[in-house]
Design a protein. Structure first.
Length: 188
């Protein structure tokens, strides 16, 4: 009898634990998705391009009352909304087309900004409703490094290319050094 009571108590304790695990897994489902493409390394005071893909399941964006905007800032840390995030604006555009009621949604937005300080920066991305600033989705998981090494190597390449265009071997060597320092996503 005592063994049976212990087994029932163990079963009663295991059932809520199993339900909690299922709920936690359901919380990770995301009906609105933001996919951000940005170079991993950036140059100081040079354009840093960003592309944001917005996709949503049917009906998720139906309760909006104003047009949607995708907004991106390059910042030391992200705030809860675009308005409260301090940093360089990379993108602030109204989405076109706007979502249709009851339909799945996909849009693409592009922009660029110029990083103002060295260091690792968060690419703070928000899908907001115009007017009241209601946030439908945000992403703080993408980072870029505004690199001093990349900035110096790329500036040297720029100088040599302008001042000595006929010295191809020096210019080519400087380009290779800049490409090694900056990586493939940085325009030279």
């Amino acid at each position: 009898m005592r063994l049976r009571t212990v087994a029932l108590i163990a079963l009663a304790a295991a059932v809520p634990a199993g339900i909690g695990a299922g709920v936690a897994a359901a919380d990770s489902f995301t009906p609105v998705r933001l996919t951000i493409a940005v170079a991993q390394v950036a140059r100081l005071h040079r354009p840093l391009a960003v592309t944001v893909r917005v996709s949503a399941d049917p009906g998720v964006l139906d309760d909006r009352t104003a047009p949607l905007r995708v907004r991106v800032r390059l910042a030391s840390e992200c705030g809860s909304e675009f308005e409260y995030t301090h940093g360089v604006v990379l993108l602030d555009k109204r989405l076109a087309p706007q979502p249709a009621t009851g339909r799945a949604y996909f849009a693409l937005a592009r922009g660029a900004g110029r990083p103002a300080a060295y260091g690792s920066k968060a690419v703070c991305t928000y899908l907001e409703e115009e007017g009241d600033g209601r946030v439908f989705a945000n992403d703080e998981s993408v980072y870029t490094d505004v690199s001093k090494h990349c900035t110096i190597a790329a500036a040297r390449y720029d100088r040599l290319r302008r001042a000595h265009p006929r010295r191809r071997s020096r210019v080519a060597s400087a380009r290779r050094a800049a490409r090694r320092a900056c990586g493939p996503g940085v325009p030279l």
